[in-house]
Design a protein around this ligand. Structure first.
Ligand SMILES: Cc1cc2nc3c(=O)[nH]c(=O)nc-3n(C[C@H](O)[C@H](O)[C@H](O)COP(=O)(O)OP(=O)(O)OC[C@H]3O[C@@H](n4cnc5c(N)ncnc54)[C@H](O)[C@@H]3O)c2cc1C
Length: 282
């Protein structure tokens, strides 16, 4: 008779890997299943960097971030690797626009440290960037960059070191619910008392096996790299912050970016509809 795990987690992106790690820490015998051979670059969690921030419009995100920062610091300690670099986050948006005012109010309500930048101060603090006429700016001072690939690998390493099992290169092809859940993959059959699905953009495909469907919309995010106009100015080394331009004059997307770091002289930039229900998929 095959082993019955306490829990199977489907999907070894950052969500599934962290969930699996927390489960083994609670003495749950856990199997983490992944369709691709690890590490892979086909989900949402790959890439060198991500922004971490407390500046959100929604209360629940801002509230969650307190614990999130603590967990990242704990992970850095346990894994013995640097995962977070504080840079601050510059948020710019039209004054009196719904989005920017909401974000500012949420930060103030939760007493998140922030600096409001008047036009003159902005020019001194953020040289070589033009604040759009009619825009306001603030800095979320504790925001920064998370080293994404390094983080996923650190979590998976700790998970295995704590007794967790990873089976990669195995796509889940069926789920049979019951007191003991049976999960079949392209090459094996596993059983567990409970199941967590963290399949990212594939969530509804995996959920189909359970007859459940969620109102998710998968969006493609194009990542671009801007060449620094004035070399060195916009780099992590020069303390240039991560940034978000909310509701830019031309264009329907908020634009967010990170100081040059991954590739010398190139800033990472992407755009997204921040106010619609979505899941990320590259
Ligand atoms: C370009 C980009 C920039 C982003 N920037 C930021 C940022 O700056 N700050 C921030 O906080 N967030 C950012 N995000 C969002 C963040 O990266 C995602 O929310 C996060 O990575 C989602 O992780 P996940 O584990 O849910 O998904 P994924 O990493 O996609 O993991 C899902 C996993 O499930 C596996 N899977 C799916 N189906 C099956 C199956 N049938 N069998 C087995 N395995 C399966 C997949 O292969 C995949 O590995 C960004 C996302 C993108 C794409």
């Amino acid at each position: 008779m095959s082993v019955v795990y306490d829990c199977i987690v489907i999907g070894a992106g950052i969500q599934g890997s962290c969930t699996a790690l927390q489960l083994v820490k609670k003495q749950q015998n856990t199997l983490l299943l992944e369709q691709f051979v690890l590490p892979h670059s086909r989900g949402s969690s790959h890439g060198q960097s991500r922004i971490i921030r407390k500046a959100y419009e929604e209360d629940f995100y801002t509230q969650m971030m307190q614990e999130s920062y603590e967990l990242w610091a704990q992970l850095e300690k346990e894994a013995g690797v640097e995962l977070f670099r504080r840079t601050g986050l510059l948020v710019m948006g039209p004054e009196n626009s719904g989005g920017f005012m909401k974000l500012k109010a949420t930060m103030q309500r939760h007493k998140i440290p922030l600096e409001l930048l008047e036009k003159q101060e902005f020019n001194q603090r953020i040289p070589n960037v033009n604040l759009t006429e009619g825009n306001e700016a603030l800095i979320d001072t504790f925001a920064g960059v998370l080293y994404a690939d390094r983080a996923v690998q650190a979590v998976q390493r700790l998970f295995k070191a704590s007794g967790g099992v990873i089976a990669d290169g195995q796509r889940v092809t069926s789920i049979t619910p019951g007191e003991v859940v049976t999960v079949a993959t392209s090459s094996a059959v596993y059983r567990a008392k409970s199941l967590v699905i963290t399949a990212g953009a594939w969530a509804n495909r995996v959920l189909k096996h359970t007859q459940l469907q969620l109102p998710l919309k998968v969006v493609k995010i194009n990542v671009c790299y801007w060449k620094e106009k004035i070399p060195g100015t916009y780099s992590v080394g020069q303390n240039f912050p991560c940034f978000i331009q909310m509701e830019p004059k031309e264009g329907e997307y908020d634009i967010y970016g990170l100081p040059s770091n991954e590739y010398p002289g190139l800033m990472k930039e992407a755009g997204e509809h921040s106010r619609s229900l979505q899941s990320h998929h590259t």
